[in-house]
Design a protein around this ligand. Structure first.
Ligand code: G1P
Length: 297
């Protein structure tokens, strides 16, 4: 019987060097898309998918994340006194119940696989989700929820996938496809960041996973792989090697790579334009900037 997935791991230990100097004093997960930190998008997506326990794999310098999810009594009182009810309600949606969030430290930067493995005791013998906060996905139905629905049919392991141009293969985990059924593909292999000539397909893993607890055992045995890091991709490939199913899921939605500056800027534009309270003014400004740009060419 397939067990309900109620736990999710959020690997948030990375140093975020691509966003220095900002990340010198703030975790990159606190960086803001319009008015919400990246981590809030990830948490909202997890909640919509039925996740009840949120496991953060953190590192030194990430305490702003813990504060973010805590109650803020002084702020809440001030808003209450000022009669700012809507703001108060909005603020409350960022509070997490006591016991719903757990933090474990990854004390050395040994890679994504190692970060996930650090949460093994909290996950126990249950299937679990992994969400990478850098990958922000705009979708009518949140991506992880789409995956949970597909997973209810398939079981096994499931990763979100999208097509990428061949020259980008070396930035992703890439699936080797055994069977393409449309929205769902079955993988016969998976490689981390292959050279374009070695990529087995153009289907790249995006940062959403539903995994069996066996993955933790594979991670336990793994040696460092691509880039000298312990790779989650290698543990998933090990599942396939042992005959356990791994599915790729073509989600419906638009993914932004908020781990890169161009991706973050694109997300800011897209999320800004999606907001009723900002659209008009922002669209006008963008049109103006485009015209200025064209005239200068
Ligand atoms: C990680 C994974 C990779 C995956 C990617 C998605 O890489 O290792 O398999 O395709 O996330 O964003 P990273 O971007 O952390 O280097």
């Amino acid at each position: 019987m397939k067990r309900k997935v109620t736990k999710a791991i959020f690997p948030v230990a990375g140093m975020g060097t691509r966003f220095l100097p900002a990340t010198k004093s703030i975790p990159k997960e606190i960086m803001t898309l319009v008015d919400r930190p990246l981590i809030q998008y990830a948490i909202d997506e997890a909640r919509a998918a039925g996740i009840r326990e949120f496991i953060f794999v953190t590192s030194r310098g990430k305490s702003a994340l813990e504060d973010y999810f805590d109650d803020a009594p002084e702020l809440e009182n001030a808003l209450r006194k000022a009669g700012k009810t809507a703001m108060l309600e909005m603020l409350k949606t960022t509070n997490m119940d006591s016991g719903a969030i757990a933090y474990v430290r990854q004390n050395r930067a040994l890679g994504l696989g190692h970060a996930v493995w650090c949460a093994r005791r909290l996950v126990g013998n249950e299937p679990f989700a992994v969400i990478l906060t850098d990958d922000v996905i705009a979708a009518e139905k949140p991506c992880l929820q789409q995956m949970m629905e597909a997973y209810a049919e398939t079981g096994g392991n499931m990763v979100a996938i999208m097509e990428v141009p061949p020259e980008k293969a070396s930035s992703y985990g890439i699936l080797d496809i055994a069977d393409d059924m449309g929205a769902i593909v079955r993988a016969r292999g998976m490689v981390e960041k292959p050279a374009p000539a070695d990529a087995p397909s153009n289907l790249a893993v995006i940062g959403r996973y539903i995994l069996t607890p066996r993955i933790m055992q594979h991670l336990h045995r793994l040696k460092a792989g691509t880039g000298g890091e312990i790779q989650l991709t290698d543990a998933i490939a090990e599942e396939i090697a042992q005959g356990d199913p791994v599915y790729g899921f073509r989600f419906r939605g638009q993914r932004f790579d908020c781990g890169s500056k161009p991706g973050f800027l694109q997300a800011t534009v897209a999320f800004g334009l999606a907001r009723d309270d900002l659209r008009e003014e922002f669209a006008q400004y963008l049109a103006h900037m485009t015209a200025v740009q064209k005239a200068a060419e």
